[in-house]
Design a protein around this ligand. Structure first.
Ligand SMILES: [Fe+2]
Length: 423
């Protein structure tokens, strides 16, 4: 069977001179090219619009719009069309200008047939390579785009899984302590809001949020007899309890994406004046996340109801935190905290009451809510199976034990208790 010869490429010849136009088109047709003609630049654009035109051979000087105008319009509307310019003798300057503006070649008029055919073949070959390169690049870009989307989805899934795992871990701890998970989540929100006020954003903000969420995770390693003891702790038990920042740090420090949160876990009981624990760090030795967390945790502890007392007002809590600026708390953090204002802080608590936790990606929100709901159900069952705390008993996690070296903020809360409930 005979092979079908390829369709010859369409070449548009543009010249205001009929004889030049006709001679070139006749000669090229004889060589097997598919030629169309136009007597001017504007007409040439109309012809080019009718059908794909791989190559245009145009005269430079024409009445009305000239070859340069045509070249520019062709480049703009049909960037895949190659253009060869025909210039008069001695007009080298404009020929060079044409090349600069995107023409593939120029020939002096009248062109020799061999030169013309050679220029046409060169131009068409160059165009084929250029089109192949563009196709390849597009294919490559599409592949990169597809892979990037896949990778982004995979990373998002991993991030959501991480986040849900952390929430489940904290919910497990809360369940063990007979706490609701609201506290942890509110503290995350207060912490993140203060951090944002301080200009912290992006990954650092996320890491601080995680640190706040996990701050007491080390309590998993505190024996039940100490963690759940209803009465006062003995000095030994108190020492045991004070190990929880270290235990939490040991638990998560080797998990790469939790290395910064681990620092916050380790130093969340430190005080700005160096009177905290476990390392008596002071001022900027304490991780900024932990300095922010300290304010957030105190606010939540003061404004939350306990079985043995009602929470105080936000106004009281704010005043007390302000009073402890520079001793217990970093003044810069307190400044950012005060800037949120009472109404802003109350709104956060109300939002959290509606269980909106932006820390989780929207896609993972449902999963996280389901996980938390399961743990809350378990918690309810546990709550029902244990006797309620009496008025005089200590809360499960609020060990007063030996008093800390300095009175700290919670001393203003009714009952004269000392130490944060989240010690
Ligand atoms: Fe703690």
């Amino acid at each position: 069977m005979e092979a079908i010869p390829p369709i010859p490429p369409r070449i548009l010849i543009v010249d205001d001179d009929d004889s030049v136009r006709d001679v070139i088109s006749v000669l090229l047709r004889e060589e097997g090219y598919n030629c169309v003609v136009a007597s001017g630049a504007e007409m040439a654009l109309d012809v080019a619009a009718q059908e794909e035109t791989p190559l245009v051979i145009s005269d430079m000087k024409m009445p009305g719009k000239d070859g340069l105008w045509l070249l520019e319009n062709l480049r703009e509307r049909y960037p895949d069309t190659s253009v060869i310019m025909l210039t008069g003798y001695g007009d080298t300057e404009s020929a060079v200008d044409c090349l600069r503006r995107g023409a593939v070649d120029y020939l002096l008029k009248p062109p020799k047939l061999t030169d013309l055919i050679r220029a046409i073949e060169r131009a068409l070959a160059k165009r084929r390579i250029e089109l192949a390169r563009k196709r390849y690049q597009k294919k490559l870009e599409r592949k990169v785009r597809d892979r990037t989307t896949e990778l982004r989805n995979a990373l998002r899934d991993i991030a959501n899984t991480y986040q849900n795992t952390l929430l489940a871990l904290v919910a497990a701890l809360d369940a063990r302590e007979h706490e609701t998970s609201d506290h942890s989540q509110r503290v995350v929100r207060y912490t993140s809001t203060i951090a944002e006020r301080m200009g912290i954003k992006g990954q650092e903000l996320e890491e601080i949020g995680r640190g706040a969420l996990l701050h007491d995770i080390g309590k998993i390693g505190v024996p039940d007899a100490v963690l759940l003891k209803p009465g006062k702790l003995t000095p030994d038990e108190w020492m045991e309890m004070r190990k929880h920042p270290d235990i939490g740090f040991q638990m998560i420090q080797n998990i790469p994406f939790l290395s910064t949160p681990a620092q916050i876990v380790l130093s969340h009981q430190e005080r700005f004046d160096g009177k905290g624990y476990p390392r008596n760090l002071q001022r900027h030795e304490i991780h900024i996340g932990a300095r922010i967390f300290a304010v957030a945790d105190t606010l939540d502890a003061m404004t939350s109801d306990r079985p043995y007392r009602k929470g105080t007002t936000f106004a009281n809590a704010i005043a007390e935190i302000d009073r402890c600026s520079g001793t217990q708390f970093d003044p810069e953090v307190v400044k950012a905290f005060l800037a949120i204002g009472e109404q802003g802080l109350i709104k956060i608590k109300e939002d959290m009451h509606n269980r909106k936790l932006n820390l989780v990606q929207p896609e993972a929100q449902q999963d996280a809510d389901a996980t938390l709901a399961r743990f809350t159900d378990d918690l309810d069952e546990i709550d029902q199976s244990i006797p309620g705390p009496s008025e005089s008993s200590e809360s499960t996690s609020d060990h007063s034990g030996p008093p800390p070296p300095e009175p700290i903020v919670l001393s203003v809360v009714s009952g004269g208790r000392q130490g944060s409930s989240r010690e």
